[in-house]
Write a protein that binds this ligand. Structure first.
Ligand code: ARG
Ligand code: ZN
Length: 864
């Protein structure tokens, strides 16, 4: 059942043009396709033509207008095979599909009153019989016909070339997309939608019509996304010299969507959570996410659409480069330091554990069962770190030149990661032979640092090792760019020149720095220059020094995280030895000093005051003790909170004059306010409940409202009850707000967590067919509530397994993602790990979708 990268074969038949007729009826939708097909010269004359197709009823099949005799083709559950078609012909097929019955949300499906599509990775084969692979590229002409009352808006890729009314209250529209594309970029939408339009004038003076669509009633929430799109279009012209290529760019918001958004050519489809935003419904974090996802999908027009992937093993080719471009864009439109820190936090909290667990896989995987399971943080974010290293190694200009060369060389093609790396080499005269190993080796490399100082000489030794991962042992040393600073006791940095970026490519290398008056403090892996774990026996006083003096925001922030982790680890040891938990004195002193001389960027300060997550603490251990982690994390936080109380009160702010503005200074102010509330609540400051309740009611925006709610979340009492009830009221009629309410409940640390989420299952507002709601309740609980999920009696695991079972039927893609928390069983110490494994074993006994099957099997296939 698995597919292997090494088995790649070019397609035997090309399809140059697709003519689609989509006839939307009551219940059933009839889809007619006419495909212009030609056999490849390299293929055998009797090569069969295989077309993928699932969940559809074949109604008719004709070659050059003649019905195909039954002896010449066969149909199975996965597709249709023509045994020996002519060398060049037109194939006409008619099928029926039922979008209303499609709960998998792949292919053509219904989201509320909207009919829409999702084809990546292999959803087009739920729309019609077709070779569902990205290296078959065709131009499309799409005619959609539907009831004019229910579906007044009809959209597809490209530009609308015709439309009109039909008898019986029906109407039609025809779209043409002149760019040849793989079928995963096909899209269509039909519905009663509100439209917000604008225009963008490109650098070369072409006017592009921008059209955003959403359900009636939420059109006032599209302004931020529209503005972000224009920023992204201008940025890509300025940074990479890339302009948009069609006359129309459309974005449609849908409420039921398996992921964030999709870059279909000229017709992006977005999860409402990644496009709608208003001060009253979206936090600053949501505003940032909307801006960046809008930019991401736009950037795909070049890195993904104009140049696409040959096969799905190359997914990271388009995703990593697009994520990196999105990251560059984000850094140019916000606080660059904080933007980077957030990326590092996510990588450490989620990607490092993935790379150390049963789902570890190379950024270019060797095999898969269900491609949808490979839209992972490794493919996306570790992939983007690889691109970032190339940017560091080649320099900004060399890198940009390399990307431009890659795009012009392969425009209109379906290519590989190897083609990309080669293009960068050619454009730069560089040799990236060793660097390529980043694409084939899984696992997070560990860089161990040793140093010594004597007589004005400082010697630094780095050694590297990449741990074994499933199916991969004995890894070769990688090319690791290692950012370095040396800071003197007065806080000044030594001028290192070129050696501010070390190149580690051997198992072990040393560097010597001469002429120093005293032992410098090393600032390691500056900018998080490579996705590695650094092991170094930090002195506490060095970390405190870095926390106040490091000019690199990432290393500076990291020093604080290390200090906090050291305090937490000490508490874990004491907890396990049955001793009293030690006071985090060094941490408290260092933070107090930081507050005496804080960075000017409030957002950065807020970030520095935010403790490492429980997940990161857990990830410090090969096997972690849930109780010890929760108790130690809580202990350090409470102690720090008690010590900081009077200091953080200064950061509390009320609503700003003039209302909500999404701009860096305001974002920083609100973030610091939230951090302050969080500490005051953790330290149990007197009057905190009343303060939060007042702030909740006074808030004129969602960010401040959520800050108050989060501070109240774990504090039983009338203030919490009142605020939560008021918030539920706000969620009435606004799905994204109600999602926030669900996730606050799911992450609350109040006792009885499992009973509470089980009660929410039965709440009429819970809807297992809506992925956002499932993520808000089930995902938030399993990933964001460590003590709740790991409740001692194992009820949290059983509850999650129940949801996986139910979703396995409804929506396998979403179900498979929920397996991950249980798949961590081998990292969880004691009977809990065993109980988690039992739930997985129970799932394995059921009849499973390929998606869930693959995740469960891999999870069970690890040594205890
Ligand atoms: N290409 C989309 C994006 O990153 C995501 C598609 C995810 N598809 C999936 N089957 N999970 O912008
Ligand atoms: Zn993407």
């Amino acid at each position: 059942q698995p597919k292997f990268r090494r088995d790649y074969q070019p397609p035997a038949y090309r399809i140059d043009h697709v003519d689609l007729h989509v006839d939307i009826g009551e219940g059933v939708t009839r889809i007619g396709s006419r495909l212009s097909i030609a056999r490849d010269r390299a293929a055998a004359a009797d090569a069969p033509l295989r077309l993928d197709g699932r969940a559809m009823q074949l109604q008719a099949i004709r070659i050059d207008g003649e019905p195909v005799p039954e002896s010449d083709y066969s149909v199975d559950a996965e597709g249709l095979t023509l045994s020996a078609p002519p060398a060049a012909f037109e194939l006409a097929i008619e099928v029926d599909v039922d979008p209303d019955a499609n709960t998998a949300l792949e292919g053509l499906y219904r989201s509320g009153r909207i009919l829409c599509t999702q084809c990546e990775a292999e959803g087009f084969s739920r729309i019609t019989y077709f070779p569902d692979r990205p290296d078959v590229m065709a131009t499309y002409r799409t005619r959609i016909e539907a009831d004019a009352g229910r579906y007044p808006v009809l959209l597809s890729n490209g530009d609308r070339v015709d439309h009109g009314t039909l008898p019986g209250g029906r109407h039609f529209a025809v779209y043409e997309d002149p760019f040849a594309k793989p079928c995963y970029l096909f899209a269509m939408v039909a519905g009663d939608l509100a439209e917000v339009a604008d225009t963008y004038r490109t650098g070369s003076g072409r006017d592009v019509a921008l059209r955003f669509y959403t359900d009636h009633g939420s059109e006032n929430e599209l302004g931020h996304a529209l503005h972000s799109l224009k920023q992204a279009m201008a940025w890509d012209e300025k940074t990479y010299g890339l302009e948009y290529d069609l006359d129309t760019y459309m974005v449609v918001a849908v409420g039921s969507f398996n992921m964030g958004a999709m870059e279909n050519k000229g017709l992006n489809i977005f999860n409402t959570s990644c496009v709608l935003a208003s001060p009253d419904t979206a936090t600053d974090g949501d505003y940032i996410r909307v801006r960046d996802v809008v930019a991401h999908e736009y950037f795909h027009n070049w890195t993904g659409n104009r140049v696409t992937c040959r096969d799905w093993f190359q997914l990271s080719l388009k995703e990593s480069l697009t994520v990196f471009r999105e990251q560059q864009f984000a850094a140019d439109h916000g606080s660059p330091g904080v933007t980077r820190i957030e990326q590092v936090r996510m990588l450490r909290d989620i990607q490092f554990p993935e790379d150390a667990g049963p789902n570890a896989h190379p950024v270019r995987p060797e095999s898969y069962i269900e491609m949808n399971n490979f839209y992972t943080i490794t493919i996306y974010e570790k992939g983007a770190e690889i691109i970032r290293m190339l940017h560091v190694i080649l320099g900004h200009e060399g890198f940009t030149r390399g990307v431009q060369h890659y795009l012009s060389e392969h425009d209109g093609g379906a290519v590989t990661i190897e083609d990309f790396v080669t293009a960068l080499e050619i454009a730069n005269g560089a040799d990236l032979a060793r660097f390529r190993l980043w694409y084939s080796q899984a696992g997070t490399p560990v860089v161990t640092v040793r140093d010594d100082y004597a007589g004005g000489r400082y010697r630094l030794t780095l050694s590297q090792h990449t741990p074994d991962t499933p199916g991969q042992t004995d890894k070769a040393p990688l090319h690791i760019p290692f950012g370095l600073g040396l800071i003197e006791s007065d806080g000044r940095a030594v001028d290192l020149g070129e050696r501010s970026l070390l190149t580690l490519e051997q198992p072990e290398q040393s560097w010597t720095f001469e002429g120093l008056s005293a032992r410098p403090v090393p600032s390691l892996l500056r900018g998080f220059s490579a996705p590695v774990r650094v092991e170094y026996d930090h002195r506490t006083e060095d970390l405190a020094h870095l926390l106040t003096h490091d000019s690199d925001p990432v290393a500076r922030w990291e020093a604080g995280q290390e200090l906090a982790l050291a305090a937490m680890r000490a508490a874990v040891s004491a907890y396990q030895a049955g001793e009293a938990l030690p006071d985090p004195t060094a941490l408290i002193e260092a933070v107090a000093r930081l507050l005496g001389d804080p960075p000017a960027d409030h957002e950065l300060l807020a970030e520095m005051l935010t403790l490492p997550t429980e997940r990161r603490l857990a990830d410090q251990y090969a096997q972690f003790d849930v109780d010890a982690v929760v108790a130690s994390h809580g202990h350090v936080k409470r102690q720090l909170a008690a010590a900081l109380q009077t200091r953080v009160e200064d950061f509390l702010t009320g609503p700003s004059a003039g209302g909500y503005r999404f701009e860096p200074a305001e974002v920083g102010r609100r973030r610091l306010n939230a951090v302050a509330l969080d500490y005051l609540a953790a330290g149990d400051a007197s009057g905190i409940d009343a303060l939060c309740l007042a702030l909740y009611h006074d808030a004129d925006n969602m960010t401040d409202r959520m800050a108050a709610l989060q501070a109240l979340r774990d504090r039983p009492g009338p203030a919490r009850d009142e605020a939560m009830a008021a918030f539920a009221e706000r969620g009435r009629g606004h799905a994204l707000v109600l999602d926030k309410w669900f996730s606050l409940q799911a992450t609350s640390r109040l006792p009885g967590a499992v009973a509470r989420v089980a009660e929410l299952d039965a709440d009429p507002r819970f809807d297992a067919t809506n992925p956002n709601r499932v993520r808000a309740l089930v995902g938030s609980f399993a990933r964001g509530n460590l003590p709740g999920f790991h409740q001692e009696d194992g009820a949290g695991y059983a509850w999650l397994a129940g949801h996986i079972r139910q979703l396995n039927e409804l929506n396998p893609q979403i179900a498979a993602r929920l397996v991950t928390p249980l798949a961590e069983w081998a990292q969880v110490a004691g009977p809990r790990g065993t109980a988690m494994r039992e739930q997985l074993a129970g799932l394995a006994g059921a009849s499973l979708s390929p998606d869930v099957y693959e995740m469960v099997t891999r999870a069970l296939d690890q040594p205890a």
